[in-house]
Write a protein that binds this ligand. Structure first.
Ligand SMILES: *Cc1c(COP(=O)(O)O)cnc(C)c1O
Length: 391
């Protein structure tokens, strides 16, 4: 008989909660195998295709042999120049492409790696709750300890910075924030960003603003980039993703911009772990970043229509929610008699609708669920009818 070695996971892995969307994926597969006509509104993965001009650029780029070799670690100069041009034209922010921009294999990659550059074991990382699950996990992998900043509805889903204990702030190395916010859809005010900057200066905290949804907004008003607020570049960086803006989740392309020392620190980790973004993808990303805003406004219009249909339907049913002005999520209170998990389970079992329980984004999300507007509007109408019939 052959016996294997004893394979034991490291404690940093053993202690992880199951990755939220891996769990949801399992529920989805089970439902489909039972023959349910599932409407999947659980994950923030756009159903719309990548615009054709970007796909065409990729086809041409893959034929160039120079792109078949290892890419540069920090991104091609032309990619970083396109990033700087995009920041200038969208936010009127000046970025030095040489020192203040870095290509990422999707922004999740950069978010996952940044604490390794700056967090010592035992240091505190300030993390929003509910929030993108990668923030506390990346802190944990670096040996840091997360301090959860609750995002409460009565505060507009902004963390109450004044409630963070002094001791915690002194021990904090890094803070994650994310606006337009996933999962709550909240948008940050300039005053809030100013408060973050002054706190970061006082306690020497690196601010990492995740701006994955900066281009998904409705009703006219463009959400602020953290970088356009006076002093932001002194205290931190901003993560951007091409995934949500250009329907490119599968391509794995994003970037970080901002404080040159923070960018250099993240770059140092990356140069030891990965070898950059496929240059053909960088070339297609350059074309993406130069996309005519008309294309983006068509995409925004599609999400706006879906938002309106779902919002009206949920409101009619008597579910408490407000209409989001950005991101492609509806964050709603669960009806009386349910908690997050039981309401999500009820909709899956009785209506064949998959949504994300709010507590999956952290304990402070209990009592809420998240609907992603990443299915066609006819399916949203169908979902609304089904919800009405099971409540
Ligand atoms: C989708 C998402 C990301 C990750 O985007 P990628 O660039 O595809 O890695 C990061 N942050 C938030 C809040 C997201 O929702």
């Amino acid at each position: 008989m052959r016996t294997g070695i004893k394979v034991e996971l490291a404690s940093r892995v053993k202690n992880l909660p199951p990755y939220l969307f891996a769990t949801i994926d399992k529920m989805k597969k089970e439902a489909i195998s039972r023959g349910i006509d599932l409407i999947d509104m659980s994950i923030g993965d756009p159903d719309l295709p990548t615009p054709p001009h970007i796909v065409d650029a990729m086809k041409i780029a893959t034929e160039k042999p120079e792109h078949h070799r290892y890419p540069s670690y920090e991104g091609m100069p032309s990619f970083r120049e396109a990033v700087a041009g995009w920041c200038k034209s969208r936010f009127n922010v000046t970025i030095d492409p040489g020192t203040e921009a870095l290509s990422l294999i999707g922004s999740k990659e950069g978010i996952g790696h940044i604490p390794l550059a700056f967090v010592e074991p035992g240091d505190t990382v300030l993390v929003p709750s509910p929030g993108y699950p990668v923030y506390p996990v990346s802190a944990l992998f670096a040996g840091g300890e997360s301090y959860l900043m609750p995002l409460r509805e009565e505060n507009g889903f902004l963390p109450d910075l004044k409630s963070i204990p002094e001791k915690t702030l002194i021990n904090a190395r890094l803070m994650f924030i994310n606006y337009p916010n996933n999962p709550t859809s909240a948008v940050a005010s300039r005053e809030f960003f100013e408060e973050v900057i002054s706190l970061a200066r006082r306690y020497n905290i690196i601010v990492c603003h995740d701006a994955a949804y900066s281009e998904i907004y409705f009703d006219g008003e463009r959400p602020l980039s953290f970088m356009e607020v006076e002093g932001a570049k002194d205290v931190g960086i901003e993560f951007h993703s091409l995934s949500k803006t250009y329907n490119m989740t599968g391509w794995r392309t994003g970037f970080a911009v901002g404080n040159s020392e923070v960018i250099a620190g993240l770059g140092k980790i990356k140069s030891n772990l990965d070898s950059g973004v496929f240059q053909a993808i960088q070339e297609a990303s350059i074309v993406a970043l130069q996309t005519d805003d008309l294309v983006l406004s068509e995409i925004r219009n599609i999400y706006r229509e879906r938002r309106d249909v779902l919002y009206d339907a949920l409101k009619q049913i008597g579910i408490a929610l407000s209409s989001p002005s950005a991101s492609f999520y509806l964050w709603t209170k669960v009806p009386e008699g349910f908690d997050s998990a039981s309401f999500a389970a009820h909709l899956l079992e009785k209506a064949g609708i998959l949504i994300t329980p709010g507590n999956g984004f952290g304990a402070a999300g209990e009592g809420y669920v998240r609907f992603a507007l990443t299915v066609p509007v006819e399916r949203i109408r169908e979902a609304a009818d089904r919800i009405k019939s099971v409540l």
